[in-house]
Design a protein around this ligand. Structure first.
Ligand code: CAA
Length: 241
């Protein structure tokens, strides 16, 4: 049976690699995006996915996007909450806007998206939800109290939702990527990034597809016994229990 996946922030960075992986695995894929039309069009053309515009921090946008996708591709059984932004600043210089934008886009968004698909998944007794958290939600990062709080929040959400839906054939897991070779990571000041890479035992940044293959693994039907977990993928930079 053809599965339908919705990948938020699915047209660029790690999200694009996830869209590509799932498409190659035979899924029908909807890739959400906020504003970059050029990247969205390229992604749709090159990968053969449906690009869907919307702001994940708006509950109404998410409801509409889900409706559009379900009308065109069918019921969503795989949701990848990947969309995220950074607004890095030490807290003593952080503005209220930098704080709340990150909390809205990275954390409130997972309620907005998941709430709009969870009832359908429960009715059909099947679902796969994968939340893209971060190493910095696990260990904290100077300059990212907003981002670290949101990413840690995603892990708590994952654990609670996994328990609520375990009997309904729905698994809910998180992935905590380390520093991956994307535009987001290249926005870190060069000298800071060099120091960060020096602290990665594997000796390099991760590749987006190295995260995408973990999503495909957790989304597979055979992964039904894995739920509530956080898969750490960071080149050994932070080793958790
Ligand atoms: N411990 C405590 N405080 C520290 C510190 C440390 N190790 N290193 C720096 N600081 C604080 C200092 O207190 C200093 O504040 P004061 O000047 O008030 O004393 C401040 O940081 C440094 O100030 P600067 O003027 O040198 O730097 P800045 O304010 O312009 O920028 C920064 C600071 C925002 C933290 C910047 O260094 C930065 O962007 N760092 C990278 C943060 C990062 O790793 N982001 C990840 C983005 S990628 C991503 O998020 C993807 C993912 O999931 C991994």
């Amino acid at each position: 049976m053809t599965r339908v996946a919705f990948v938020t922030g699915g047209t660029r960075g790690i999200g694009r690699a996830i869209s590509a992986r799932l498409r190659a695995a035979g899924y029908k894929v909807a890739a959400g995006y906020a504003s970059n039309e050029v990247a969205a069009q390229a992604c749709a053309d090159e990968l053969g996915v449906m690009a869907v515009k919307g702001n994940v921090s708006s509950f109404l946008d998410c409801a509409e996007a889900v409706k559009k996708v379900e009308a065109e591709l069918g019921p969503i059984d795989t949701l990848v909450n990947n969309a995220g932004i950074t607004r890095d600043a030490v807290l003593h210089r952080m503005t209220e806007e930098q704080w709340s934008e990150v909390i809205r886009v990275n954390l409130a968004s997972i309620f907005n998206m998941t709430r709009n698909v969870i009832e359908g998944m429960r009715e059909r007794n099947f679902g796969r939800i994968v939340n893209i958290s971060s190493i910095n939600g696990q260990k904290g990062q100077v300059g990212q109290s907003n981002y670290s709080a949101a990413k840690a929040g995603m892990i708590g959400f994952t654990k609670a939702l996994a328990q609520e839906n375990a009997k309904k054939g729905i698994t809910v897991n998180a992935i905590a990527p380390g520093y991956v070779d994307t535009e987001m990571v290249h926005a870190v000041p060069q000298n800071v990034l060099e120091q960060i890479i020096a602290g990665i035992p594997v000796g390099r940044l991760g590749m987006a597809d190295e995260i995408a293959r973990c999503v495909a693994f957790l989304a597979a039907e055979e992964a039904g016994f894995i739920t509530g977990s956080t898969l750490t993928v960071n080149g050994g930079q932070y080793i958790t229990g």
